[in-house]
Design a protein around this ligand. Sequence first.
Ligand code: CTP
Ligand code: CA
Length: 224
Amino acid sequence: VQDALQAGPLAGKHVIVTSGPTHEPIDPVRYIANRSSGAQGTALARALAGLGAKVTFVTGPASVPPPEGVTVVRVETAAQMLGAVQAALPADAAVFAAAVADWRVQNAAQHKMKKDGSGQPPALQFAENPDILATVSQMQAGRPRLVVGFAAETEKVLDHATAKRLRKGCDWIVANDVSPETGIMGGDENAVTLITDKGAESWPRTGKDMVARRLAERIAEALA
Ligand code: CTP
Ligand code: CA
């Protein structure tokens, strides 16, 4: 069984995958989140494991269960996600499919916030979260050979995603249009464009599991 599990083009390779949303606390009972289900990251981790990779799956509170056959590290916040990724290194490849909250609440309360009767809502102050993809992409030593980011955009998808690839320093960006009319955010399908140093390649809209398999195969080719 062990030999069967380790067969495949990614046998002996370690791949880190981040997935799901992050939750950023406001107080002990409330948080800020986003609509990511974790479906694409989960499908990708499953596909990579299916090709024989040793996968560390760092996941925020997702609405789909993690795949079998991977090492699952559960986190809530972006800061915890960065810590978990750093703890999982070194890796041959890292794929950042998580929808990381861009901001955390700087003045999160230690106790449940109460209405004070004045009718004035509380003022939340935000601080920018660490950029996990950029941090790993720009590592001076021990950088994974292949670093892949996602770019969920609602307009000018290719322009924003191409700029994002250069700004963050990752090798590939998987771009997708998550504007509400596409129904992609939280759905079963995805339509992505793979952006590499060679240019942009649009893939037909299909199930997230098929997108994952295709991407996993490309990752295997790149690491071969
Ligand atoms: N990402 C990350 N850490 C963050 C923010 C984003 O690792 N704090 C990763 C995501 O997992 C994704 C990629 O960066 O792979 C792009 O995320 P996205 O939200 O599209 O990019 P941002 O740089 O946050 O830009 P934007 O202002 O468009 O949200
Ligand atoms: Ca963002």
